[in-house]
Design a binder for this molecule. Structure first.
Ligand code: 5GP
Ligand code: MN
Length: 338
């Protein structure tokens, strides 16, 4: 099924479909999944969107959100059944089955056709059909392109357009990151002509805060942001007690890491925080410095050249010490590259 035509033929009869996205889905992961789900439903398929974990409540407005099946141990069997029954499984906005816990194994075992729609570097080869482009700023943009290639532009309604626009908006950092090409504006423009509402989506995603999140951000910026000019690096850490003190919800720390990068002369910014029983790292960089390489090599992670993530199973303090220990290895690159 490596060709679009075979893929299209497979979808010409009603299918049982599962769409899965990455752990702690962001607006691109969830927006692209819900946009694709709404489209496939219109085509007469039965579609289930499964997320491997919960996600921030500021994404709950996305059309179709109410039907998302959020994984937890108690419904493991129900999810396993859905995955086993699926005839086609779409994996959106991630490229390694190892990133989605036990659902990854269920997918690996399944005899369903597998489709990868993604833009992360170095994908695992497991899919029968791939819509993969690391130059694309968002998975949502790749879903849009797929629907266009399938000749189904007219099936993109305002809800689907809003879902896809949300992914495009956030993965380009509001059309500011260096992954924002001419194509991203072209897609955005067409989504707006199909009914996407940029003012509404921006307000719901960027300009909707809880007071607790704003207070947490104030605390992080005034008390927790550390700058290491000799490495052109900024970092911040948050432990469980601090997160609890500010009544933090899932996703509240999203975007904090970017503030480190906005300091003049800083090329690498890292946010390290406790998340349940693991430590999560968020990396951002400017120019040629690849955080993907650093996240992959030392923190069991990956992503894009200038935006990556990873995890650590040691304590927050030990993770920070480890990060500070490896920093000298990158000193030359941090100081010399453009
Ligand atoms: P964030 O820092 O916003 O969580 O993630 C930045 C980018 O890195 C996103 O594209 C995300 O999908 C990717 N990413 C985040 N965490 C991980 C991880 O643990 N493993 C891998 N492979 N990619 C990650
Ligand atoms: Mn993405």
């Amino acid at each position: 099924m490596t060709h679009l035509q075979q893929f299209n033929e497979f979808l010409s009869s009603a299918r049982e479909v599962v769409i899965v996205t990455h752990h702690k889905p962001d607006a691109d992961a969830l927006g692209s999944s819900l946009g694709l789900a709404a489209y496939l439903k219109k085509k007469g398929h039965q579609v289930f969107v499964i997320t491997p974990s919960d996600y921030p409540s500021f994404l709950n407005w996305l059309p179709g959100n109410d039907e998302v099946i959020i994984y937890n141990d108690r419904i493991e069997n129900q999810i396993a059944e859905r995955v086993a029954k699926a005839e086609i499984i779409f994996c959106l906005d991630f490229s390694a089955l190892g990133r989605i816990n036990s659902i990854g194994e269920m997918i690996r075992k399944s005899s369903a056709k597998k489709v990868l729609i993604d833009h992360h570097l170095e994908p695992e080869k497991f899919a029968d059909f791939e819509q993969w482009d690391p130059k694309a700023a968002s998975t949502a943009g790749l879903v849009y392109e797929l629907l266009i290639e399938l000749g189904d532009r007219t099936k993109i309604d305002a809800d689907i357009a809003d879902c896809l626009y949300a992914g495009l908006l956030t993965d380009t950092g509001g059309f500011r990151h260096n992954n924002t090409r001419r194509e991203e504006f072209m897609i955005a423009s067409d989504l707006v002509s199909l009914g996407a509402n940029p003012t509404k989506v921006s307000k719901l995603i960027y300009d909707t805060n809880t007071l607790e999140r704003l207070r947490l951000m104030g605390y992080v910026l005034s008390e927790k942001l550390v700058v290491l000019p000799e490495y052109k690096t900024a970092y911040m850490t948050l432990n469980q007690e601090e997160l609890k003190k500010f009544g933090s919800q899932s996703g509240d720390t999203e975007g904090f890491v970017n503030y480190g990068l906005s300091i003049e002369g800083i090329r690498l910014s890292v946010m390290i925080y406790q998340r349940n029983d693991e430590v999560k790292l968020s990396f951002r960089s400017l120019g040629d410095f690849s955080v993907n390489e650093m996240a992959r090599k030392y923190f069991n992670g990956g992503g894009h050249k200038n935006a990556s993530g990873g995890t650590s199973s040691t304590s927050l303090q030990a993770t920070l010490e480890n990060f500070l220990k490896i920093l000298p290895e990158y000193k030359e690159k941090l100081l010399s590259e453009k």
